[in-house]
Design a protein around this ligand. Structure first.
Ligand SMILES: Nc1nc2c(c(=O)[nH]1)N[C@H]1C(S)=C(S)[C@@H](COP(=O)(O)O)O[C@H]1N2
Ligand SMILES: [Mo]
Length: 270
């Protein structure tokens, strides 16, 4: 358990295989041969990500060639998040459960002592500020009930009924992602023991179906499913649905991400 008041920062950003921003900019401008090669490689690396697009109806938005450009720029799923794309929802009667992954859940844990520790965005060396929240604080936010698909990157998927607060409602009430007229680019979410951690673009975190979730299939979350509070983000694979939130931090550097470090796509949208 990690309820002591000394907040220690989540793991440092990790390097990733993604095209650096500078290359993306050059590629977009079409200015150099190197940029062209980078673009070609990005397109090849993106092939797996095309599966989703291939199954979309043609009328869903941007035509193919333009999508290709977005993909090469590494901004495809973010673009979809910014648009109003919603994950499909299902009748609650279709909900089932299956447990997978227990990294960060191994310590014995007293839910009553739990606090969510949130490190506010602190651009340009502004002093770090940490605010603590109880489960009651989260439950006081508007209650959202939805049944969506949980897709594990290992290849299975189930429908699950989730109840929780929208991440965006949390930020509306507690504007911890903005400071000095600026907005953090990324969110880091880490288990209390820091063993499991995910990074998200802030734009994805504020999607209307991204929840701070405390009930699953009509019951309070159980420990193996991430009690007392977990992340639910249906437009991304299960790996991003971090169970048992300990700390959240709003930052400008791409945060560390457990499975991205093992070679999985950092964005992991589907
Ligand atoms: N803390 C933590 N959260 C986690 C994991 C984990 O190992 N540890 N596994 C992830 C994976 S791979 C999946 S598919 C989902 C599964 O959620 P469930 O066990 O509630 O079905 O949790 C995700 N969240
Ligand atoms: Mo998973």
């Amino acid at each position: 358990m990690d309820n002591n008041p000394d907040y220690s920062a989540p793991p440092l950003p990790t390097s990733s295989a993604d095209t650096p921003e500078t290359d993306v900019a050059r590629e977009a401008a079409g200015r150099s041969r190197r940029a062209f090669i980078v673009g070609g490689l990005a397109a090849l690396a993106g092939v797996g990500g095309w599966r989703w697009l291939l199954t979309r109806p043609a009328d869903e938005g941007t035509p193919w060639p333009f999508r290709r450009v977005l993909d090469a720029n590494g901004r495809l799923s973010q673009a979809y998040f910014r648009e109003t794309r919603l994950a499909p929802t299902f009748p609650k009667s279709m909900a089932t459960s299956r447990q997978n992954g227990n990294i960060g859940l191994k310590e014995s844990f007293v839910t009553a002592d739990w606090r969510m520790r949130v490190q506010a965005y602190a651009p340009a060396g502004a002093p770090a500020r940490v605010q603590e929240f109880t489960l009651a604080d989260i439950k006081a936010l508007p209650r959202v009930d939805m049944t969506t698909e949980l897709k594990c990157i290992e290849g299975w998927s189930i429908k699950v009924n989730w109840v929780g607060a929208r991440f965006s409602d949390f930020l509306e009430k507690y504007p911890l992602a903005t400071a000095n007229g600026r907005e953090a680019r990324y969110v880091s979410v880490v288990t209390p023991d820091k063993a499991y951690y995910v990074g998200l673009d802030l734009s994805n975190a504020v999607h209307p179906q991204t929840l701070l979730c405390y009930e699953m299939n009509g019951q309070p979350l159980t420990s193996p499913h991430g009690a007392p509070l977990r992340l639910v983000i249906p437009l991304k694979y299960g790996i991003k649905h971090l169970k048992r939130i300990g700390t959240i931090a709003f930052v400008d550097e791409r945060p560390a991400d457990f499975w991205a470090e093992q070679g999985y796509d950092w964005d992991s949208g589907h």
